[in-house]
Design a protein around this ligand. Structure first.
Ligand SMILES: [Zn+2]
Length: 228
């Protein structure tokens, strides 16, 4: 598999805020993403996670069409207080909390909290890169939020070792047996961990994967809409 090591196109010390904060700034090798992070290790982890996400998305016809930025931060300027990461489609910018801040924000109530910090971090990068690739490749407005989150969560868990997902989330449901009613906005909002695990199991089922994702994008498949 092609590596997604950081390619040192730019490298330097950026001054931020009041104090001088060392920031590594590099473009990933194999992914058009300029990463700004407080350490070389976080740059590398960001590029690896983005690379794994794109390796899953590209066979489904989804990719980044131009260079985006990804910043590893202690406080998000995008999204809400409870977010672990966010993608701003106008600025083409992803922000992801650094591992320490991620754990703090996540607390202990989520299955994700049972993963090791670096895995949580990498999974959030993969989730946000999926949103960016969807935005670049299709008009996300044509996809309801539950369909967008289906793919973002499926990729988020798929970049992790299967044993880590099993240990944190417990046994996966049979993805082949899950019907479309398993993916609605109520479950997404009320039980995001369950939604993530269902999306992962459904996406991983041999008859689903890219074939299902392409059907979602074309409108062949639709998740049931709640409400009047
Ligand atoms: Zn999302």
């Amino acid at each position: 598999m092609r590596g997604f090591r950081p390619l040192a196109l730019t490298f330097g010390l950026l001054l931020q805020g009041q104090g001088a904060v060392a920031q590594e700034s590099m473009t990933c090798d194999g992914a058009p993403i300029v990463v700004n992070a407080p350490s070389d290790q976080l740059v590398r982890q960001s590029c690896e996670a983005a690379g794994r996400a794109l390796a899953l998305l590209r066979p489904c016809g989804l990719d980044l069409g131009n260079t985006i930025s990804l910043a590893v931060v202690d406080t998000l300027s995008l999204g809400s207080d409870h977010c672990l990461g966010a993608y701003d489609c106008n600025a083409d910018r992803i922000e992801v909390l650094a591992p320490g801040s991620l754990s703090e924000t996540l607390g202990t109530g989520s299955a994700f909290a049972a993963l090791d910090e670096d895995m949580i971090f990498q999974s959030v990068v993969a989730h946000e890169v999926t949103h960016a690739a969807l935005t670049h490749t299709v008009r996300p407005a044509i996809l309801p939020v539950e369909a967008q989150e289906y793919l973002a969560y499926a990729v988020q868990l798929s970049v992790l070792p299967e044993t880590a997902v099993d240990a944190a989330f417990g046994p996966s449901p049979d993805g082949s047996a899950l019907d479309h009613g398993s993916f609605n906005v109520m479950i997404l909002m009320m039980a995001p961990d369950a939604y993530a695990l269902r999306a992962y199991a459904h996406f991983q089922a041999p008859e689903h994967g890219c074939a299902f994702v392409e059907g979602l994008i074309s409108g062949l498949y639709r998740f049931p809409q709640l409400g009047p």
